[in-house]
Design a protein. Structure first.
Length: 281
């Protein structure tokens, strides 16, 4: 099964999406399940995982409702107040919905040391007991902090979003390459092939300029710990859905059929435990 392991949906408001600046005007509208479905049919994608874009429980519940109403959405990575004292109670309520596969916090927007904080790590300990995944969203300069964080939670399943957002547009490859390879030694972590085009020069990127970054993650994680993600609709500031999918599939073409199947869907299905939720809902 071909799976898009990372996309978003939203009802746009300027107040809630203030990160969408003037360069991103194409994103200043609603992006809903019907819009995505057209892209998926053209690309031959059969299932998806939708990921939070706002840090509200309201959005998490809306994404779960949207997934229940759209059979191609097999899982939700939502948001919950992981560092709050009442997180365990909130988690107990959310985890009963089988479509919830994991949680994410926008750590890329937090101050240095956030992942070292006692309260957030206490929340991750509670998450570990549920079997839910935690998606890591950071910039490359935060990778040393991420390594410490993952090491504290060897039983937690982690997913690294957007290959940790290397500084592709400035060609600052070496620091990312070194830190990423070290992080990849943690076997409880997998990586999403997503978010690369928006870290490159939006108008001028080519598969060739992105290829060294793919080569690093392929070598560091191997196909058994890589998953395809579109980051739709954010990627539309720099690419079409089909162009990004074609780029990744061309990179993986020399791999064996089994290795391609891992990246195209098997890893996402395994890590997020997809397949049963829609049958139950």
């Amino acid at each position: 099964m071909r799976i898009d392991a990372h996309h978003h949906l939203w009802h746009y408001t300027p107040e809630e999406f203030d990160w969408i600046d003037d360069r991103m005007q194409v994103l200043r509208r609603d992006f809903l399940a019907d819009d995505l479905h057209c892209e998926l049919e053209s690309a031959g994608i059969e299932a998806t995982v939708v990921v939070q874009a706002r840090q509200t429980l309201q959005e998490t519940h809306w994404l779960l409702e949207t997934a229940a109403a759209n059979s191609f959405i097999h899982g939700v990575v939502g948001w919950a107040p992981i560092a709050e004292d009442d997180f365990s109670a909130t988690l107990d309520q959310l985890r009963h919905n089988s479509l919830l596969k994991g949680l994410r916090h926008v750590v890329q927007g937090e101050a240095s040391g956030f992942l070292d904080g006692h309260d957030f790590n206490r929340g991750i300990n509670a998450l570990t007991e549920t079997g839910l995944v935690y998606d890591i969203l950071v910039y490359v300069h935060q990778l040393e902090e991420v390594i410490r964080f993952v090491d504290r939670h060897p039983r937690q399943s982690f997913v690294l979003d957007h290959i940790a957002k290397p500084e592709i547009s400035s060609n600052n490859f070496a620091p990312w390459d070194c830190a990423l390879r070290e992080l990849a030694r943690r076997e409880n972590l997998v990586c999403k092939l997503s978010g690369m085009v928006t870290e490159a020069n939006w108008a001028e990127w080519t598969p060739q300029c992105l290829r060294p970054y793919f080569d690093t993650v392929l070598e560091a994680f191997e196909p058994s710990r890589l998953m395809f993600g579109s980051d739709w609709p954010v990627l539309t500031v720099a690419s079409t859905y089909s162009r990004w999918q074609k780029t990744v599939y061309e990179w993986t073409a020399p791999l064996t059929q089994a290795e391609r199947a891992e990246i195209e869907g098997n890893v996402a299905a395994r890590i997020y435990r997809l397949g049963s939720a829609q049958q139950e809902s």
